[in-house]
Design a protein around this ligand. Structure first.
Ligand code: AMP
Ligand code: MG
Length: 338
């Protein structure tokens, strides 16, 4: 298949691809998405095929504003509108009861649907012009780190999709925060670009799904089906080292070997000369770490490192999302440095 690379002024060409049942990689503030008409089961099936995504892993529906919620969702609680008012367009996905017109293949057979209004202006324009909700998971091959540039999408999907809209590098860099509003109290299913603290500012206390910070035991089911899969992973195995930055850096120095690759905070880059090392940004700048984490993980795939050690931020602000992506990349292989 020929893949067209579109520039931001080609909104109409992008909307045409969506309207005609094709696959278009779209820029968002979080990561690139692989979009199709979310009401067209055939188009949605193509998303699963292009990514190699398991069928039971539902997709998020992207809409241009909260007035579209009632077209696709039932029993919408007032909190949904309060959150939309404060955080949309932005990196927040809400799980709501779906209406029957949302196809089973889009929701993985669930009676709920994830709804999001992304803030990238080009994608908002495509959504408005296409006139349909766009189902879009992250635009990576299933299991690989998500794409934060159009070049990443090319690496994974060139020749297998109809188009890539190049909207520049993603401003946030990790996927949306997912909150389930069909349960009381509301539950955080995936930490992401909107910090938990901000969500709780509007909702009060939010329960955190166990799958966010730990490995589920055999037979346990996460509420976001996607959280059960190994994810975000480079080819070499990853070990995450938690604890204060000085302690985790010292731990890695003491345990690394000749073929070790390193993901570290900027301040510690000098300690790992002679190794393939990717910096996450300053130890205290969790927003910068979120922007860099997927690119850092992807970089090792072009090298011959045999293992990867990663420093990890604490859970404040976007730290919770960065920690989650690193730990998932590591298959929850974690050591704690004191
Ligand atoms: P991705 O688009 O790759 O960021 O993946 C979307 C994530 O949203 C996956 O982890 C899904 O399991 C989750 N998700 C989407 N729809 C729902 C839903 N209705 N209920 C729970 N989780 C959902
Ligand atoms: Mg994904």
């Amino acid at each position: 298949m020929e893949t067209k690379l579109l520039a931001p002024e080609q909104v109409e060409a992008g909307a045409d691809i969506i309207r005609s049942g094709g696959l278009l990689a779209i820029p968002t503030e979080t990561v690139y998405g692989l979009g199709a008409n979310g009401l067209d089961p055939e188009a949605v099936r193509r998303i699963f095929a292009a990514k190699g995504r398991p069928q039971d892993n539902p997709l998020i529906l992207h809409i241009p504003d909260s007035s579209w919620l009632e077209r696709y969702c039932a029993e919408i609680p007032p909190e949904a509108y309060a959150l939309a008012e404060r955080f949309w367009p932005g990196p927040l996905t809400m799980i709501l009861k779906r209406k029957p017109l949302v196809p089973d293949v889009t929701t993985g057979g669930l009676d709920t649907v994830g709804m999001r209004c992304p803030s990238h202006p080009v994608t908002l324009a495509i959504l408005r012009s296409a006139g349909v909700p766009v189902a879009a998971p992250s635009a990576n091959i299933s299991g690989r780190p998500s794409c934060t540039t159009a070049a990443h999408v090319r690496e994974d999907l060139w020749g297998n999709i109809d188009g890539i809209m190049d909207g520049g590098p993603c401003a946030v860099g990790v996927e949306s925060t997912i909150v389930d509003l069909t349960v009381t109290p509301p539950r955080l299913l995936r930490p992401g670009g909107l910090p938990l603290e901000e969500l709780e500012d509007v909702l009060g206390p939010v329960a955190v799904d166990k799958a966010v910070t730990g490995l589920l035991s055999e037979g346990e089911q996460p509420r976001a089906p996607g959280m059960k899969y190994r994810h975000y992973a480079p080819r070499a195995p990853v070990t995450v080292v938690t604890g204060p930055p000085e302690a985790s850096a010292a731990y890695i120095e003491a345990h690394m070997g000749k073929g070790s690759g390193i993901v570290c905070f900027r301040e510690y880059l000098g300690r790992f000369s002679g190794h393939v090392a990717c910096e996450l940004g300053p130890a205290e700048d969790r927003a910068e770490q979120a922007r860099r984490v997927f690119d850092a993980l992807r970089r090792f795939d072009g090298t011959d490192v045999t293992e990867i050690w990663a420093q990890c931020p604490d859970r404040r602000g976007l730290g919770l999302a960065v920690e989650n992506r690193l730990k998932k990349a590591a298959g929850f292989h974690v050591v704690e440095a004191e």
